[in-house]
Design a protein around this ligand. Structure first.
Ligand code: ZN
Ligand code: ZN
Length: 338
């Protein structure tokens, strides 16, 4: 995708494939896990960005409701006419969401139905079913969707599937990002060619030389899984280690951190604490969410026995720590993510 021209997030080569498949009476699936019209709204003059009041998150432009929405807490506001910071009269948006993609494709291919599936248009399992029924006719069409469509549905007439933006996951802070990207690419590409006709999958990336992209191209599922497991083993991540996460949230960050600090001290008093790695307390990746500050304390160890022994020794005391509306905590054993 480097140095290339795009229309609504689609590379010229992607568009020509879409056209070919529609022309051959195939159905096309486009996966974009980003709802709304555009994920970034900002002022070009001063760099102001539309951020949520209650979360450390950007607001997404949703054209259907003429507003800016937070996808974490539901906060919404109207689109300001000018920059709230410097008064400049033009606010710009960047990036592509499913709403914008749907508009672009509908304009470009007026003769083909474009069916969008995401949480903004689908409120229930029933609604999802009825919308997907449009595909059962087998007529050529374009299906656009978020994670909702990645798995579980079998559409024999889909001959082309496209992953529009595979790159978000490549530089994620999460140790599971590679695994999730591989799963998504397998699932989405696996949607094409399930009927009598062969399928084709297109993945748009700016980093085709990235080792994971190369592995996905050249190796089979088992070999990619083995690579990822090897990596987990050398870094000491699950499934080779177990993770126990204490999370706290409070009206002030300080209160969340200090509660976790108490928990850490109680854990450290346990006999086998030295056999564990203890990371934190520290602010969570998204520190402020829905108006509360979040922090975490992570225990990680390859020694499952030691982990169990520390927890069984310390938990009765930790469980007695006072909580309140101002500060609360939870424990997440075998946490899915760090
Ligand atoms: Zn400005
Ligand atoms: Zn929010």
């Amino acid at each position: 995708m480097r140095n290339s021209r795009f229309e609504f997030g689609c590379h010229a080569q992607t568009l020509s494939r879409i056209e070919r498949h529609l022309g051959d009476a195939g159905q096309v699936l486009i996966y974009l896990n980003r709802r709304g019209y555009a994920p970034i709204v900002m002022c070009h003059e001063c760099g102001w960005q539309a951020l949520c009041r209650h979360c450390d998150a950007r607001l997404t432009l949703h054209q259907s409701v003429h507003g800016l929405l937070c996808h974490h807490c539901g906060y919404s506001q109207s689109v300001p006419a000018g920059c709230p910071e410097c008064g400049h009269d033009e606010i710009k948006h960047y990036g592509i969401g499913t709403e914008q993609l749907e508009q672009g494709l509908s304009r470009r291919y007026p003769d083909f139905p474009v069916v969008r599936i995401d949480r903004d248009v689908i409120a229930s399992r029933e609604a999802l079913k009825s919308r997907l029924q449009q595909l059962q006719s087998g007529e050529p069409c374009i299906l656009i969707g978020t994670q909702m469509i990645a798995k579980g549905h079998d559409y024999p007439m889909i001959t082309l599937s496209v992953v529009l933006d595979a790159d978000q996951a490549l530089f994620s802070a999460s140790y599971r990002a590679s695994e999730r990207l591989a799963q998504t690419l397998y699932q989405v590409s696996g949607r094409a060619g399930r009927g009598d006709r062969a399928g084709e999958a297109v993945v748009q990336t700016r980093f085709p030389e990235h080792p994971l992209m190369q592995a996905l191209l050249e190796k089979d599922y088992r070999a990619v899984a083995d690579d990822l497991l090897q990596e987990r083993s050398s870094f000491g991540f699950p499934p080779y280690a177990r993770v126990v996460m204490f999370r706290a949230d409070a009206v002030e960050l300080k209160a969340a951190l200090s509660l976790l600090d108490q928990i850490r001290q109680l854990l450290a008093a346990a006999a086998r604490f030295d056999a564990l790695d203890c990371v934190g307390p520290m602010p969570a990746l998204m520190t402020r969410r829905i108006g509360r500050y979040r922090a975490q304390l992570c225990l990680i160890s390859r020694d499952f026995q030691a982990l169990r022994s520390v927890l069984s020794e310390a938990m009765p005391v930790i469980a007695g720590l006072p909580t309140s509306a101002r500060v609360s905590w939870s424990i997440d054993v075998d946490a899915y993510d760090l």
